[in-house]
Design a binder for this molecule. Sequence first.
Ligand SMILES: Nc1ncnc2c1ncn2[C@@H]1O[C@H](COP(=O)(O)OP(=O)(O)O)[C@@H](O)[C@H]1O
Ligand SMILES: N[C@@H](CCOP(=O)(O)O)C(=O)O
Length: 334
Amino acid sequence: MAVYTHLGAGDFAALIAEYDVGELVSAKGIAEGVSNSNWLIETTGSAGALDSNNKPQTRFILTMYERRIELGDLPFFLALLDHLSAAGSPVPRTIHDRSGGASRLVDGKAVAMIEFLPGVSIDNPSEAQANAVGRALAGIHLASADFIASRTNDLRPDDWKTLFDQCGDHLGDIDRDLPAAVDRYMPQFRAEWPEHLPRGTIHADLFPDNVLMLGNRVSGLIDFYFACTDIIAYDLAVTHAAWCFDKGGRVFRPEIGKALMAGYETVRPLSDAERSAMPLLAQGAAMRFAATRSFDWINTPGDALVERKDPVDFIRRLEFYSQNGRSIFPSPAG
Ligand SMILES: Nc1ncnc2c1ncn2[C@@H]1O[C@H](COP(=O)(O)OP(=O)(O)O)[C@@H](O)[C@H]1O
Ligand SMILES: N[C@@H](CCOP(=O)(O)O)C(=O)O
């Protein structure tokens, strides 16, 4: 579920009246998602909000920011959406209100309206789809090269360590082998993290549920609420870790990995230094999600209507990269 806050018909009508998008037709809560409340809004449309075909836009996503988002970061996220969509990336633009604001407050909570994009999330990608995802990711890396705003990544190796430390003795309650895996792998990230690699604006959470597809085409990249300024190749490593395994992280799909990498490098070839660092970056990407999932596992109330995600799934991926990283990501010399 992802509707944490109840808004009534009057609330929606009053809010929509602040935008030049026509009259409210419907507002439906969206079940997917974890962090925020989302509604699909339909309106009668207006010349004030035109789609890419110059037709009045009638469908929007209304997001109310509920958790894990610093409100001070919201201008960065929303400006990034506008920058990327203006550059032609398949990213929803924000709909500004009548006074030009990209976000507003409703009962003390920030809300924003963004363009609805068509498409569905893919659970089990084909090679063609993985290739398209790689191209789309490289596309936003190139398109954000002249995006001047920046945001520090608050989920870097030291932060993963802090999250694990905050789990304390409960880490072993999730899985008895988890504390040993953390102790074994964590030091290398803090000692060897490749800070020298090219940096830029990254999505940092490009999981299948954050990509919308129509057939083999990426029609939408969404959920930029972990976006930040960090190592560009790390974003590719996150995407690789998220897309190239079966659901439990037990089976690696080599053909999907190859297609993703090939798609990415068609648009933005990796440097030798980036390629050499991929095995470590991929292990780090897996550790990052094991860290947030462990923290959330322990800190999500039992009665919360949110699906808890398994950290061990990502420890398996980490172990796989530790053993096979060099063959999956051959070093420049071959
Ligand atoms: N621009 C959009 N166009 C179409 N659907 C969207 C859009 N943004 C979000 N959604 C839908 O809302 C769901 C939750 O959005 P998301 O940003 O991933 O929320 P959360 O941050 O809570 O995970 C997505 O899975 C998708 O179904
Ligand atoms: N992708 C993360 C969870 C973040 O949730 P999102 O719905 O905001 O993408 C994970 O799988 O651990």
